[in-house]
Ligand binder design. Structure first.
Ligand code: PEP
Ligand code: MN
Length: 341
């Protein structure tokens, strides 16, 4: 349930409400907005009486929250969340572009890509060091060596960095080198990994599972936040449907649906969603137009020779053109296409 307090509520009234809830063994989440303060109740609400709460000073209304996710729920936190990662921000005022290779292949290659995507206006460098490949014989990533290259590229460019982790142990390693961790589609419901990511306090990009519903996805985010880490960004990357013309089906409607259901930032990955560089620009434009807070785009210096996901990677020229094309779309939705100062 959420308790909506009257405008101008006193601290003493808030404390008596939270004190009553906590004395019954439940947790509270306070969202103090510009106009109203909302107190979210987390736990078994049959232990408290809504009549008692309703009669307390400065309580305006009590509303049930039927969804199983609470901390990720927009009802608990009506204002959209902004998350700062290194020099970058992901939130309602900007369009944050994360760009880079599917897999980190070498130090020079990564640095060249980093410099180029920065010049084009990206604020994040992405790159896979631990690659969860469908085939065990495909390139599995450079692991810690790759993370070191990410750190170096970040020092040289000022870009924030993001890498996927596939095990709880890798979170500790990633923490030494990069700014944000990514939990990939294949691990969206790996609850041990989600809890460890929650305990780590590192910003987390949580990709949608290949066949996860939005509710399952938000519950996965809740696992991370419930461990004390509120820095979660959601990434729609396409879901599996009967359609085979694209690698996955980009569920573009997930963006406005999520904007209703959660305060967490939402970004879109048109590269994994479509599987083809041809469709990346149009889906990127659609994502910005429908309210996404950012994009994740695979960019490679020579896609035809990429060790992973070459067919969906943009070369430098195509990435530059896309970034230019996005400007009027950003203006349309009142977002700054963010660039590093
Ligand atoms: C990736 O971003 O490198 C990746 C593997 O994506 P996904 O988990 O969405 O398949
Ligand atoms: Mn990839």
């Amino acid at each position: 349930m959420i308790i909506i307090m009257k405008p101008g509520v006193t601290q003493a009234s808030i404390l008596s409400v939270t004190g009553y809830i906590q004395s019954h063994g439940l947790d509270v989440h306070i969202s103090a907005g510009k106009e109203v303060t909302i107190i979210g109740v987390i736990g078994n609400k049959s232990l408290i009486s809504s009549d008692s709460l309703a009669s307390m000073k400065d309580v305006e209304r009590i509303l049930p929250v039927t969804e199983s996710y609470k901390l990720a729920n927009r009802k608990f936190h009506p204002d959209p969340t902004s998350i700062t990662v290194g020099n970058a921000v992901i939130g309602p005022d900007t369009l944050t572009v994360m760009a880079g290779p599917c897999a980190i292949e070498g130090e020079e290659q990564l640095l060249t890509i980093a410099k180029t995507v920065k010049e084009c206006g990206a604020t994040f460098l992405r790159g896979g060091a631990y690659k969860p490949r469908t085939s065990p014989y495909a390139f599995q990533g450079l692991e810690e060596e790759g993370l070191r290259y990410m750190q170096k590229a970040s020092y040289e460019t000022g870009l924030a960095t993001i890498c996927e982790i596939v095990s709880p142990e890798a979170i500790e390693t990633a923490h030494k080198y990069v700014d944000m961790i990514q939990i990939g589609a294949r691990n969206m419901q790996n609850f041990i990994l989600l809890k460890e990511a929650g305990r780590s306090r590192m910003p987390v990009l949580l990709k949608r599972g290949l066949s996860a519903t939005i509710e399952e996805w938000l519950n996965a985010a809740e696992y991370i936040i419930a461990e004390g880490n509120p820095n979660v960004v959601l990434c729609e990357r396409g879901i599996r449907t009967f359609e085979t013309a694209t690698r996955n089906t980009l569920d573009i409607s997930a963006v406005p649906v999520l904007k209703d259901k959660t305060h967490l930032p939402v970004i879109v990955d048109p590269s994994h969603a479509t599987g083809s560089y041809r469709y990346v620009p149009s889906m990127a434009r659609a994502a910005v137009a429908c309210g996404a807070d950012g994009l994740m785009i695979e960019v490679h210096n020579d896609p035809s020779c990429a060790l992973s996901d070459g067919p969906q990677s943009l070369n430098f020229e195509k990435f530059k053109a896309l970034m230019e094309e996005l400007s009027p779309y950003c203006a349309l939705v009142n977002r700054r296409k963010d660039a590093l100062s």
